[in-house]
Design a protein around this ligand. Sequence first.
Ligand SMILES: [Zn+2]
Length: 96
Amino acid sequence: MPINFFDHCQKFPERGHEAMALVEKNGAAARKRKGHALTHCKRGHPIAGANLGYKKYTNCCFYRCCIACHNYHSQHGAEMKPAKSGQPLKLDLRGP
Ligand SMILES: [Zn+2]
């Protein structure tokens, strides 16, 4: 008859106490990594229903995204941000 993890830890308390502490620690870390599911994007659109989309990270995991923002950026492009030093970007568009 197989015994479960918790019964095993109670049967062998010298190592079971250590294992239970590790389970609690790993569980806390996993809950912290999950974070909270976003209900609205950073521009205030609700991420639900027809406005809920999915994109793929480079590691093949999917994440939720805002379809309204995705459509806007696909039509208008992303904003150019100034350089970290605060200086505007200098581009040489003269060509070779
Ligand atoms: Zn949005």
